[in-house]
Write a protein that binds this ligand. Structure first.
Ligand code: ATP
Ligand code: ATP
Ligand code: MG
Ligand code: MG
Lengths: 461, 461
């Protein structure tokens, strides 16, 4: 025990960078782009702006690249720069019940760390909140302390009142190519799911690609959602009580949960036999368990749809038609469900058949909160659900059929299998819901295929 | 930015318990057993004891179990109990370059957290270092502070000078069965890889299973290893310099690395053109890069075999024969290699054919540091490597052939894909080495199968 020590979270993730997605040269580059772009999309969304994002990748030397990412989002105030870029587990999204692409407070600090570990250099951040000054900062992460370190700082005038953030970093042990695991494919898939976004992408050889907006309406914003009683545990209730100022359990239940009306509270009171007029601070585990047991016996309205924002059936259809030119497409948007913790989620699915669909058999396109999941396909709940379907029963007889499955999961908290956020854990309710969505789409495919067969038989008579 | 906040590492892992393996009822139970047993094995190993481990699982109610795990290891001093059981990222293994099953400082704190979150109860720990007293402690984890909280404490006399640790916890949302994902299979696979261990396992229905020692020799202990120059980066060198008291780069290189002799230092000096007599504290990034470039052009002896301890070809053979009764078994133990960071590793592989081998086709048994990897098979480097082999070229014509692949990776740091430690990231050198090991074993299988075919043809002539 003389060797017993504590390590900081940044030391842990530096040693285990594979857990953040920094494993393999191409994947590491795509991870850098992913962390920057998801932050820009989240920030633009929060500010209700049409996202204008630019990504420039240039080659400095063998396996040595410069990655520049710029957005027109809110910009970052000077005081927060060290925490945003140099502090893991610090962010504005983890503790709120809102659908966002980021949810950990690690992403861009991981990018600064990767750059620093492979090149010894700081990351340059140029940012302004649209006021008189632009801050230009060189920042590093003190891995032992998990703290941002401003190496140098310049203040520039901001005559055009530019607002946004521009990240400029160098990193090594990277590789660029246009395969489905590279930044090009990642950005293309991002554009499909976010059709109101404009992304300018410049490749190392200088090629400029513009993924332009094809929707001129900013989609509704995700809204912060209260937990739903369905799936809430005793521990959740006790944690919620800590952050609640309600003076009676009765009012706590109505104010802190979604879909709990005074009528439902009376039902809870009746079934549990509990005194709901006591102060919530007096609630102990036993009381909370009785609440949970009563809640389990009551049906509540499904979570509201306003908080969660899927890509949208039309955009999914457009996207699948754009990349696959299939002969058949069908999309399904399920109604909201909850998984443990009372966390609401929606499954959005699509099936494309024929044309360019399929990939020597079943091809699976995965998204979480409108962000493409490119890696760890073998370890994802979506893959497991898609493979559990007996596609023969829907008329897909051939193992090499031109079939592409599309699934997007939106939630206020995505249960990822690792901090690299590329695969979803197999949570029972989510797994089941994906299967239901795919079976629903499968029935539509089945009708199309049998219609096609009948037409074919008619012709050959 | 008014909602910008920091979360503790335990808050992060509580919210993302799936990342620790607490996802699904059976997997969560197996994870609890895994975290306790790997700690006991590590502790017994360090103390050079024959491990005597007991695991009792009993049903308290629907999906509600008590898990008791006891060992005869070193015991835990009172002062360290809060840090061992209630502090994530605190441990004795993460910062040392030694092959051990634990490497994060999270495992058992995660178990205490899971129990507390599902039952509200503390974990009871009974432990003694073999002195006059036994400490019996009820401990919880303060998730916000990432700190252990001793709820109650009792001191008992220790007349028999018992030494060890006994953990007693309750948890809900668990399920027990004897499938390959449950504790029974996990313990059986653990016993195979650690034949000097005795494990007593009592199932919920009261069935007692004894996995007895079948080896009466304690295997050699893993030894702390210095990093190997191969794969070491400039950042690694600068980090090593921080912890070194060497006064000249020349002596730093010899003392802090393995396989760097004074002769090799002269080669480094010649190729790099650097002054190796400066004080290491004066080394900057540029200098370190020049060292790394020189090192890349020099061949060094492979890392020593003493530090890394595989299961051993005989034990692997015995284990595969025991569980599969195959007609053919061949095992391969490769020599040490390094992956990035100069981290040494050894791949140990085995192929079993015929008899009970296979599982409607390729069956893969995975281990890391002699610990069975039960979950996340789809996301593991071992799986990827095994599937990349064209088994037809080794005479395995049938897709449903009775073929079982066994791989154990030992290293001073396993690059897991997530903190649940069930899948290995696809690091290029490790992936290649597993392939080489499997191809080597494949050639032996190929000779056996063609011999078998010839014998068959002779008979049928
Ligand atoms: N381009 C940006 N514009 C405005 N704010 C940003 C930008 N990038 C990051 N931030 C802020 O910095 C915080 C930290 O970002 P970071 O990527 O480290 O974590 P996250 O996005 O919250 O979670 P995750 O680790 O899942 O990505 C964000 O929560 C956000 O508040
Ligand atoms: N049964 C035990 N006997 C002796 N020491 C123990 C025992 N269990 C845990 N420890 C000590 O407590 C520390 C923390 O254990 P914990 O499981 O949380 O982390 P770890 O084993 O170091 O890493 P990992 O998270 O990978 O399991 C260990 O490093 C070890 O020093
Ligand atoms: Mg982010
Ligand atoms: Mg452990």
């Amino acid at each position: 025990f003389k060797s017993f020590k504590m390590q900081s979270v940044s030391e842990f993730f530096k040693k285990n960078a594979a857990m953040l997605g920094y494993t393999g040269k191409l994947r590491s580059l795509t991870t850098l782009v992913h962390e920057g772009v998801t932050n820009s999309l989240d920030a633009c969304e929060e500010a209700r702006l049409f996202p204008d994002i630019s990504v420039y990748i240039s080659e400095i030397g063998p396996e040595h690249y410069r990655v520049i990412m710029e957005d027109n989002a809110s910009g970052i105030p000077l005081d927060y720069i060290p925490h945003v870029f140099g502090k893991m587990l610090a962010g504005s999204k983890a503790h709120r019940n809102i659908q966002s692409r980021g949810q950990q407070g690690i992403g861009v600090s991981g990018a600064v760390m990767y750059s620093q570990v492979t090149t010894g250099k700081p990351t340059e951040v140029v940012t302004s909140t649209g006021d008189k000054i632009i801050n230009k900062v060189n920042i590093k992460i003190d891995v032992e302390k998990n703290a941002g370190e401003i190496i140098s700082r310049e203040t520039l005038k901001n005559p055009d009142k530019w607002r946004g953030t521009r990240i400029n970093l160098e990193a090594k042990n990277l590789q660029y190519n246009r395969s489905k695991y590279g930044p090009y494919s990642y950005l293309k898939m991002t554009a499909i799911a976010n059709p109101h976004t404009r992304i300018l992408f410049v490749e190392p050889d200088g090629t400029k690609i513009l993924f332009d907006r094809n929707v001129r309406v900013i989609p509704k914003n995700p809204k912060e959602m209260k937990p739903h009683p369905h799936g809430t545990s005793a521990d959740d209730i006790l944690s919620m009580i800590k952050n609640s100022s309600a003076t009676r359990v009765r009012t706590f239940l109505v104010s802190e949960f979604t879909r709990v009306s005074t009528k439902k509270v009376e039902e809870i009171e009746q079934i549990s036999g509990l005194d709901l007029d006591i102060n919530p601070k007096k609630v102990d585990w036993e009381y909370a368990e009785k609440l949970v047991n009563a809640i389990k016996q009551i049906t509540f309205m499904a979570p509201p749809t306003e908080g969660l924002i899927p890509i949208g059936a039309d955009s999914v259809k457009l996207g699948l038609e754009g990349i696959l030119a299939p002969e058949f497409v069908h999309t399904v948007t399920r109604s909201p469900q909850t998984y443990h913790g009372g966390i609401a989620f929606i499954v959005e699915a699509g099936i494309a058949y024929g044309g360019g669909a399929g990939n020597n058999g079943l091809d699976i396109i995965r998204y979480a909160n409108r962000t493409p999941l490119i890696f760890d396909q073998g370890g994802c709940c979506i893959t497991e659900a898609a493979k559990s379907i007996d596609w023969k029963r829907y008329g897909v007889k051939d193992d090499n059929a031109p079939l592409t499955i599309f699934v997007n999961l939106v939630s206020t908290h995505i249960p990822y299998t690792s901090a690299g956020k590329q695969a979803i854990a197999t949570e029972e309710e989510i797994y089941n819901e994906i299967r239901f969505a795919l079976m629903e789409a499968g029935r539509s495919l089945s009708r199309y295929l049998s219609g096609k067969r009948r037409a074919h038989e008619k012709l050959t008579k």
